[in-house]
Structures are given as C-alpha cells and as structure tokens.
Design a protein around this ligand. Structure first.
Ligand SMILES: [Zn+2]
Length: 212
C-alpha cells in the first residue's frame, strides 16, 4: 500500500508540477502577447508624434564652413564696368604680341574704356605711386600680412597719395588710354597681387571674378 500510495502521491506531484508548468507557460505566453500587443499599439500611437514636424529645425549647418576670420581682409573687384581680358599665367609662358616675346602674365587684365574708375580691391595703405613708361601709372597698396596689390595701366591723374589709408572700394585712379607694355590689349587695368614677394592670382582673392 505504501508503495502504491507513495507512487500515487508521486504521480500527483508530477501532475501538479506539469500543471504548474503549463499554467506558467500559458501565463508567460499571455504576458508576452500582451507586451507585443501593447508595444505595437503604443508604437502605433507614438508614430504620429515622431513624424510630426519637429519645432526645432534640423541642424542643416553642419557642413557649412565656420564663419571666416572677421579680421581677414575682404576683397572686391577693382572696377564696376569692365570685361575680363587676359587672366594670370604665373607659371606658364604666354606670347606677348605687344612686346614680341614669351613671358608670364603676372596679373589679370580688366578691359574698360579709358577714364574708367579703378578702386582698391581691399582695405590697405598706398605705399607707392610710380609713373612709368611701359606700364603707365602704377599704384601699390599694402594690405598687411605681406599681401600687396598693384594697379598698372592708370593715367597720371591719381586720386590718392602715398601713405594714404584706403578702404575697400576707394577710388585710386583711372584707366589710361594706353599701357605700352600691353598695348595690343587696348585700354585696361592690369592688376597684380603678391603675397610674401611672390605673385598670386587675384582670382583666388576676389570672389566675384569667378562669376565672370
Ligand atoms: Zn596684363
């Protein structure tokens, strides 16, 4: 009897254990199902909130370069009415029909009517005014930090004097009728720039020339 009873008890125990497992499993499944349902439902409800326009604008400025140094000089074209003539050729020789030989072209030519106004391309100080035979009147402006601009092919009637501080756009002088060194180009301003004693291309400094 004992054996039987104990066996029955064992069976009952096993059965109750199985029942407990079954109940736990069912309960777990119900809980999981509830969690899934809830998350789907809540997720569905949340979706419009996520998709609604964000009151703070997206950070679109990430790729924009930082604001330029406010101390750095700003540049503008030396003339209002002109058409771009010969560009700089600082490395490669180009033939000069005016002089009859090959040479580098160390600046940019601004073709214009004689008398057209020439302005400072940036703030600076006039350091030289030279009246030459080949390049007509030449005005030199020091922009600081080793940067200079040279306005060649001007007439003798200049609007500034040596030592004068000029602002960007200030009137320096006027285009001469003739610049013998480049006479085949007609009346024009020949603008050169140097940085640390070496020629640099004005197109790299004056943004609006890139659009011409
Ligand atoms: Zn030139």
């Amino acid at each position: 009897m004992r054996t039987y009873q104990s066996g029955t008890k064992d069976k009952k125990k096993k059965l109750s254990k199985k029942m407990l497992y079954a109940i736990l499993m069912t309960a777990s499944l119900v809980v999981i199902a509830l969690i899934i349902t809830l998350s789907l439902t809540l997720g569905g409800n949340r979706a419009p909130v996520i998709d609604a326009p964000d009151p703070t604008p997206p950070n679109v400025d990430v790729d924009v370069p930082p604001v330029k140094d406010p101390e750095a000089p700003k540049f503008a074209s030396p003339m209002s009415n002109y058409s771009l003539g010969k560009l700089s050729s600082l490395e490669k020789l180009v033939y000069s029909s005016s002089m009859g030989y090959w040479r580098t072209h160390n600046g940019v030519d601004f073709s214009a009517d004689a008398g057209e106004k020439v302005m400072a391309i940036a703030a600076g100080k006039v350091t030289a005014i030279q009246h030459t035979v080949l390049e007509a009147t030449v005005i030199t402006v020091d922009h600081g930090d080793g940067l200079f601009s040279y306005y060649k092919g001007l007439d003798t009637d200049v609007a500034v004097e040596v030592g004068q501080e000029v602002a960007l756009g200030d009137h320096l002088g006027n285009v001469a009728a003739n610049m013998p060194y480049e006479r085949d180009e007609g009346a024009h301003l020949h603008l050169e720039m140097k940085l640390g004693g070496k020629y640099v291309d004005p197109l790299n400094y004056i943004p609006e020339l890139g659009d011409k």
